[in-house]
Design a protein around this ligand. Structure first.
Ligand code: GLU
Length: 314
């Protein structure tokens, strides 16, 4: 039943890929193929389902914010991290600068670019990217995850907006170290290659309260899993998070590479991929896949609706 629902969801996703656009503000991302679409589901009971181009690699982009936040909480601790960033959704785009000055010197949450840059600056040690990569490999259950150097260099060259936010935060003492070092770390974390299967692994670990469902080993503390999932629900889909929560209702985090990480509490992790984006930066095909799965498998956080409820307005 899950495999059937997944294949149907991917074919529904395929039908909308033309309505979006590829991200071009990072030049290297514009090489992706908007027709690529795929998804993978991993359940807490150990089954895997996949369809379409689920093995196609893409860079994590903003999905890395879930792992860098986890790492910052593990290494620097809750008080330090949340002295730098807030707990609130912004309603603004992922790369918005405006609220840094008008609302608060601190970025409102760690899922927007400014917040993730501030969070990255909290990670201690001589080689924080190595710590990140080690954790990403552990949480995606894939030892081969690695940096896409072309995307990293492309983003480093093009990332002037992120650079301005980092320097602004330096002027407010939110970033303590060298802003260029923090930016390099942030750009590298965004430029790690994964596939939909890797995201499904991280999603199922979150769904299983931080425990690897295949071995029973705890990989992250329960409170961190809860905190990350809550941010995914409230801020994970940029300024589309409210509508996504109403219509689809699955804690998710998207990235402008076209991936979406989703976690269905106590049930499954889902990774989806399609690099065709809507104006907010969310994958068009990916969101359609999740909408279809939410309806056919009853995955909405607050109670499943199914396609039988054809009279429901959403
Ligand atoms: N690396 C991207 C940026 O900083 C991440 C954006 C995203 O995926 O939302 O602009």
């Amino acid at each position: 039943m899950i495999q059937e629902a997944l294949e149907k969801a991917v074919s529904e996703g395929k039908s909308v890929t033309k309505s979006g656009k590829i991200a071009t503000y990072i030049p290297e991302l514009s090489k992706a193929n908007t027709e690529h679409i795929g998804a993978c589901i991993k359940t807490v009971s150990g089954e895997t389902y996949s369809a379409g181009d689920w093995q196609q690699p893409f860079t994590m982009q903003s999905i890395s914010k879930t792992i860098s936040l986890t790492l910052a909480l593990q290494t620097a601790g809750y008080d330090k991290v949340f002295s730098k960033v807030g707990l609130e959704p912004t309603g603004d785009s992922f790369n918005s600068i405006v609220k840094l000055e008008t609302r608060n010197p601190n970025p409102l949450n760690p899922m927007i670019n400014a917040g993730a840059i501030a969070t990255a600056s909290c990670i201690p040690g001589d080689d924080p990217f190595k710590l990140f990569l080690d954790l990403a490999r552990k949480l995606c259950l894939n030892e081969n995850i690695s940096l896409n150097t072309e995307v990293f260099l492309s983003e480093k060259r093009a990332g002037m907006r992120n650079r301005s936010m980092a320097y602004w935060m330096k002027s407010e003492n939110i970033i303590e170290g060298d802003p260029e070092e923090t930016l390099d770390l942030y750009f590298k974390m965004c430029s790690v290659n994964v596939n939909a299967g890797d995201l499904a692994s991280w999603g199922v670990i979150l769904a299983n309260d931080g425990v690897n469902p295949y071995t029973g080993t705890r990989l992250i503390e329960s409170w961190i899993a809860r905190l990350v999932k809550t941010f995914m629900m409230t801020c994970g889909m940029y300024d589309g998070s409210g509508e996504f929560a109403i219509k689809i209702g699955i804690p998710s985090k998207s990235g402008v590479g076209g991936g979406i990480l989703s976690s269905v509490e106590a049930r499954m992790g889902i990774g989806v991929f399609n690099p065709s984006l809507d104006p907010k930066g969310n994958s068009v095909g990916g969101m359609r896949i999740l909408e279809s799965l939410s309806k056919s498998l009853g995955l909405h956080y607050f109670g499943g609706h199914t396609r039988d409820n054809l009279k429901d307005p959403i």
